[in-house]
Design a binder for this molecule. Structure first.
Ligand SMILES: NC(=O)c1ccc[n+]([C@@H]2O[C@H](COP(=O)([O-])OP(=O)(O)OC[C@H]3O[C@@H](n4cnc5c(N)ncnc54)[C@H](OP(=O)(O)O)[C@@H]3O)[C@@H](O)[C@H]2O)c1
Length: 286
């Protein structure tokens, strides 16, 4: 029997690394996409069948080259699983009043267009599998409004809608698609370094800075508060493997992590005005 095969994007760090290592341990043949961070730690943690593939998902040429590399290595065998994990929050801070549109475009280029680009490129290989699966890594931040940090959740809202469309469109072909929404996993993205706060305030021109600082907190201060209870990427990968990847029939959406139920519950049951009051209380200074 052949080993199952998977491609995980953004696998040199965090959740992607945890998932790639877990799949490798479970006997899958893993292709691990990486961007700038060298995949040395991942290579050291995996067996010899794991193949690191340079894949910058915001760069069409890089995705093309990565696809060719994977297709050639597969040699006609199918790809069983695609995990569209790579994403960025870089330059994601700032107010809608003055957000730099080029930076906002780049964030979408990674978080939205990049995921679609990789999916389109690899669907021919997935179609060869008897049980093809696509896991789009979204975010429960899509249920939040994050003042001065809205760019990233906006991109994840778009990704969630795209995932719903893909799921429905590919159903008749037996290709399963789901949205995996991690909540509170300790990774570089959720470390909220001091530099991020400095960069956020730098986006405001002097005549607006004082007012915005008076009214709004740096979002990382709020979102990083529960970091003591965050899961490790290894724990997240174990749970995801058992609940999502091994499930016979993948559900439309999985929100996994500590207190994962809170945001979807608020989203489902609280009125829009009540939600606005909650978010204002969370992020407002005065
Ligand atoms: N951690 C959480 O609690 C949490 C919560 C909600 C959603 N998520 C989602 O989980 C996924 C993984 O995030 P993470 O927490 O594990 O953070 P992370 O460690 O920062 O992982 C993001 C990965 O994406 C890669 N990446 C960034 N830009 C890329 C590009 N243009 N092309 C290819 N790869 C690129 C990064 O590589 P480089 O560093 O080399 O650029 C990095 O390896 C993301 O989709 C994120 O939105 C995480």
């Amino acid at each position: 029997m052949r080993d199952k095969t998977a491609f995980v994007t953004g696998a040199a760090t965090g959740i992607g690394k945890g998932l790639a290592e877990k799949l490798d341990r479970e006997g899958w043949r893993v292709f691990a996409g990486y961007n700038r961070t060298p995949p040395n730690a991942l290579i050291a943690a995996c067996g010899p069948s794991m193949k690191a593939v340079r894949c910058t998902i915001s760069d069409p040429q890089s995705v093309k080259e990565a696809t060719t590399e994977i297709r050639e290595a597969l040699g006609g065998s199918p790809l069983d699983l695609l995990v569209n994990n790579a994403a960025t929050t870089a330059n994601g801070g700032g107010g809608m009043e003055n957000v730099d549109l080029d930076s906002f475009h780049h964030l979408f280029e990674v978080n939205f267009w990049g995921a679609l680009r990789v999916t389109q490129a690899l669907l021919p290989e997935l179609r060869k599998s008897p049980d093809p699966r696509i896991v789009m890594v979204g975010s429960p931040s899509q249920y939040l409004t994050i003042p001065l940090g809205a760019q990233y959740p906006i991109s994840k809202v778009a990704l969630a809608k795209m995932t719903e469309a893909l799921r429905l469109e590919l159903k008749p072909f037996g290709i399963q698609v789901t949205s995996l929404e991690p909540n509170g996993v300790a990774t570089p993205m959720t470390s909220f370094p001091e530099q991020e706060r400095i960069d956020l305030w730098k986006t405001f021109p002097e005549h607006l800075l004082g007012d915005y600082q008076r009214f709004w907190k740096y979002p990382g201060e709020v979102l990083g508060k529960a970091s003591a209870s965050f899961w490790s990427p290894e724990k997240f990968a174990d749970v995801t493997y058992a609940k999502v990847i091994c499930s016979k029939k993948m559900k439309p959406r999985y929100v996994l992590g500590p207190s994962a139920w809170i945001l979807p519950t608020i989203n489902r049951w609280a009125s829009k005005s009540a939600q606005e009051t909650i978010f204002e209380k969370m992020f407002r200074n005065s």
